[in-house]
Ligand binder design. Sequence first.
Ligand SMILES: NC(=O)c1ccc[n+]([C@@H]2O[C@H](COP(=O)([O-])OP(=O)(O)OC[C@H]3O[C@@H](n4cnc5c(N)ncnc54)[C@H](O)[C@@H]3O)[C@@H](O)[C@H]2O)c1
Length: 249
Amino acid sequence: MNTDPSIAIVTGAASGIGFATALRLAAAGHSIVAVDVDADRLEHTRSAVEAAGGSVSLHAFDIRDATAFESLLAEVGTPRILANIAGVGVAAPAAETSTADWDRVIGVNLTATFTSCRAVLPGMVEAGGGIIVNVGSIAGVVGVRNRAAYCASKGGVIALTKSIAADYVGQGIRVNAICPGTVASEWIDKILADAPDPVAARKAMEERQLDGRMGTPDEVAAGIAFLVSDDGRFVNGSAFMMDGGMTAV
Ligand SMILES: NC(=O)c1ccc[n+]([C@@H]2O[C@H](COP(=O)([O-])OP(=O)(O)OC[C@H]3O[C@@H](n4cnc5c(N)ncnc54)[C@H](O)[C@@H]3O)[C@@H](O)[C@H]2O)c1
């Protein structure tokens, strides 16, 4: 398997935190391999990265398709960096979560994180190292009401991350989970749009933040850029909280 030390695979790169991460890592000199199920919006990622002088290739597929991910690796080589950012949610307590919603949320957030990590690890071992960041959530650390499947998926991402870090630390591989609090991405826009009073819902969401505001996708991307940089070399197996203090109280 060929390897390219400059490659960073970013999943969920068409929107929100993934989009901001693609821009940040391109600015740091990485060739971005942008993966998302939304082919149209990926074009927006291409425009933004190229306008900033970066390099990007687009790969539109469902991240649950492990075979498609393996084909991607065969095409682009083993990356130095893998940022597993694609994610979905469903708003429901456990008793009202359908099996289909459970399978979708666990499939995208947890199982695809596992299959993508599993696919890159042998090449990273062969290359003598690599860096993985998996996007968890505060919902993987504390219980968030009405988010049973989502909390379970993100708790799994954090546990998986720690397990991989323990197994591969001797081979130069670092794996961390970044755990954002509420971030004003398109994800939150969609949740607010469905609320009976979106303006009041936004205000309530901001007020429940410890410092009275939501985070931005770029603030989380900055955390990811740190974790994958050499400055982050002593951070391994962590659940790296970026939540404006949301889980401090
Ligand atoms: N926004 C928040 O408040 C928040 C908080 C904590 C964690 N997160 C996590 O951050 C990550 C990014 O969220 P965001 O806020 O940027 O959301 P977003 O909706 O703006 O972006 C998510 C991206 O993932 C892509 N995606 C979804 N399912 C996919 C699939 N099966 N295959 C490939 N791509 C797929 C979407 O098309 C979209 O481009 C998610 O894992 C989410 O759980 C978000």
